[in-house]
Design a protein around this ligand. Sequence first.
Ligand code: ADP
Length: 138
Amino acid sequence: MFNSVLIPIDLSNASAAKSIIQVAKQVGGKAAKIRLLTVIESIPQYIAAEIPFDYVEKSSKEALRHLKAIATESGHERLEVEVVSGGSPGSAILDEAESWGADVIIIASHKPGLQDYFLGSTAARVVRHAKCPVLVMR
Ligand code: ADP
């Protein structure tokens, strides 16, 4: 049984979140902790100069609000939310999985509408490098 389930969520394509949380409830034990994670990507220096200085802070707060709304809607009591900023989503997901001690990661294979691709770039990186099992949702 998996006791700690990590679900990375790309909030620009969050439509699958609800069904992934349902799967997490099934693969985790009754007492399993489930954590939703969104990564705010770091911004290249040449772009950083063109956008508001507080862009990352505002995006992180907005992402946290959005994740909390998804968590509340799911009705699951032990659902935690986390937003991290910096680095690429793939690396940040792998770091979080290790530091939090995830037993399993459940990740969508790619953006909706890209069915011809087996795995998106973030999903591929997580599948290749995770030290725990990864369940890829198609
Ligand atoms: P695509 O290249 O088609 O966008 P990705 O591999 O980026 O596919 O996305 C697949 C999955 O990876 C997403 O559904 C989500 O689970 C995870 N993911 C992608 N970007 C992020 C992000 N910024 N934060 C958290 N998870 C992400």
